[in-house]
Write a protein that binds this ligand. Structure first.
Ligand code: PAF
Length: 286
């Protein structure tokens, strides 16, 4: 497995792989890898001939009061996980290699970036779409792999790929969960043991939404209220949002659609956690 920090060198290696007829898969990450990331590398390995994982803690997607400086950096362990999951190349640029001193261009996916995480983390998605666009331009992949856990992020990246004619396929992979249902996240390592127990209630609330959609005749907005009530009742948890929304536009739903996505964001201790579940409604009228 190659480990390369230079964008120019990575582009050359990717072009070389393409010239020899190989398909290229990329997995953009910020490191602190866990089994969720490992599963993305494995999906790419199964689909593509040349697998590139990228590890870059992107400063432009962190707000001034967020955790950029304390974000976990575990490069040696990350490289080992990439190697064992079958990556061919890991791209590990530093900030100066990704952003020159005169950098002033950014990519904004206007509408999808506004609600939910966008409203709570102003500028976050501009940082994400800009760095992902740069990673696509450097690695020139056929396919790029993202986790469903960052549901809004993968929708935004899909829209960016369409709008900017990147001509590559976005593959959204299932959420990998701990045995108690907590979605794997690099930020879970910030959780104290008590917080960790409280955090598992997020998944229970998503299961509640799923079951209400299937077994009651509540509308999407009524299910949102039930989720909010449940999360507000949990001591040690601060609700940011809990909504059942349109799975493509993230717009509010008032009736009972066929399918939707339930989105949750909460703060537990000092850690902000997000999760989601795609849900189906049974064929009952409200
Ligand atoms: O999901 C992440 O880890 C990051 O937002 C990404 C896509 C690697 C961009 O920095």
């Amino acid at each position: 497995m190659l480990v390369v920090a230079s964008p120019v060198e990575v582009r050359e290696l990717s072009r070389c792989a393409r010239k020899s007829g190989r398909t290229i898969g990329v997995i953009p990450t910020m490191g602190a890898l866990h089994d969720g990331h490992v599963s993305l590398v494995r999906y790419a390995r199964a689909d593509c001939d040349f697998v590139i994982a990228t590890i870059f803690v992107n400063p432009t997607q962190f707000g001034p009061n967020e955790d950029f400086s304390r974000y976990p950096r575990t490069l040696e362990a990350d490289l080992e996980l990439c190697r064992s999951a079958g990556a061919d190349l890991v791209f590990t640029p530093d900030v100066t290699q990704m952003y020159g001193p005169t950098a002033q261009t950014s990519v904004r996916v206007s509408k999808l970036s506004l609600p939910f995480e966008g409203a709570h983390r102003p500028g976050h998605f501009d940082g994400v779409s800009t760095v992902v666009a740069k990673l696509f331009l450097i690695t020139e992949p056929d396919r790029a792999y993202f986790g469903q856990k960052d549901y809004q992020q993968q929708l935004i990246i899909r829209q960016m790929v369409i709008d900017l004619d990147f001509g590559l396929q976005i593959v959204t992979c299932p959420i990998v969960r701990e045995p108690d249902g907590l979605a794997m996240s690099s930020r879970n390592r910030y959780l104290e043991p008590d917080d960790r127990r409280i955090a598992s209630e997020i998944f229970q609330t998503l299961l509640l939404a799923e079951s209400l959609a299937l077994t009651s005749n509540l509308t999407a907005s009524q299910i949102s209220v039930r989720m909010q009530e449940r999360l507000r009742s949990i001591e040690g948890m601060e609700l940011s949002y809990a909504e059942v929304v349109d799975e493509a536009t993230l717009e509010p739903l008032t009736d009972r659609p066929l399918e939707a996505v339930a989105l949750i964001a909460v703060r537990v201790g000092t850690t902000r956690l997000i999760d989601n579940m795609r849900i189906r409604f049974s064929n009952q009228s409200p």
